[in-house]
Design a protein around this ligand. Structure first.
Ligand SMILES: N[C@@H](CCC(=O)N[C@@H](CS)C(=O)NCC(=O)O)C(=O)O
Length: 211
């Protein structure tokens, strides 16, 4: 059976939402961040980077959220979480999955963990502030690209919308949260209303404000 190593609200949220959308049986394994379990010898055997999530599928042990998401979309094509291979929509889907992971997701690392980017702790607030400015610009661009469309890729819901939802959610404590941008707020509302996503909120114990 598939197993997902997770912590509530962490990057594991994307594969968790996908697994519930797919409707396949899977096991959830909590990585207890309160005890730094993501840095334990046992967990480092799964992901030597000590980060969440990891997906295990028999002898496959996969780290990197986006690799997990692409794998799940391919393994369960009937769930329709990615457009068909070889289509222009599939290319757009790749663009968004890669952009979301290497641009806003990576920038959030600087917002949430600014101390990782400095040698003097006193410089951390300036790093956080610069990350805030860059994140705001990134969400402005995503908003412009989304325009008045319902979903990010073509006219169909996909894993890219779940990914964007997770990133909008992570910014809920920012001075100008992504939900302050009307079309991003509307997309987040559409995603949050999905029964599979509601089931994930309940399972992970995520409470309002959800984004
Ligand atoms: N590029 C990685 C980043 C994962 C990541 O940064 N996960 C965070 C939680 S959202 C984490 O494990 N933080 C705990 C730590 O770094 O010790 C991925 O997408 O899987």
């Amino acid at each position: 059976m598939l197993a997902l190593y997770y912590y509530p609200g962490n990057a594991s949220l994307l594969p968790h939402m996908m697994l519930r959308e797919i409707g396949v049986p899977f096991e959830l394994r909590l990585v207890d961040r309160n005890n730094n379990a993501q840095k334990s010898a046992e967990y480092l055997k799964l992901n030597p980077n000590g980060r969440i999530p990891v997906l295990v599928d028999e002898d496959l042990v996969l780290f990197e959220t986006t690799a997990i998401a692409l794998y799940l979309a391919d393994k369960f094509p009937q769930a329709g979480l990615a457009p068909a291979i070889g289509t222009k929509e599939r290319a757009e889907f790749y663009k968004w999955m890669v952009h979301l992971t290497n641009t806003p997701q990576a920038e959030y690392r600087a917002w949430f963990y600014p101390h990782e980017h400095v040698s003097e702790d006193s410089a951390a607030p300036a790093v956080k502030e610069a990350a805030r400015e860059r994140l705001e610009r990134m969400f402005d661009v995503i908003s412009e690209q989304l325009g008045n469309k319902t979903w990010l890729v073509g006219d169909r819901f996909s894993a890219a919308d779940l990914f964007l939802f997770m990133l909008i959610r992570w910014g809920r404590g920012m001075p100008r949260p992504p939900r302050a941008i009307p079309n991003l707020n509307a997309l987040a509302e559409r995603v949050a209303a999905r029964p599979a996503v509601q089931a994930v909120f309940e399972k992970e114990g995520l409470k309002a404000p959800l984004f």
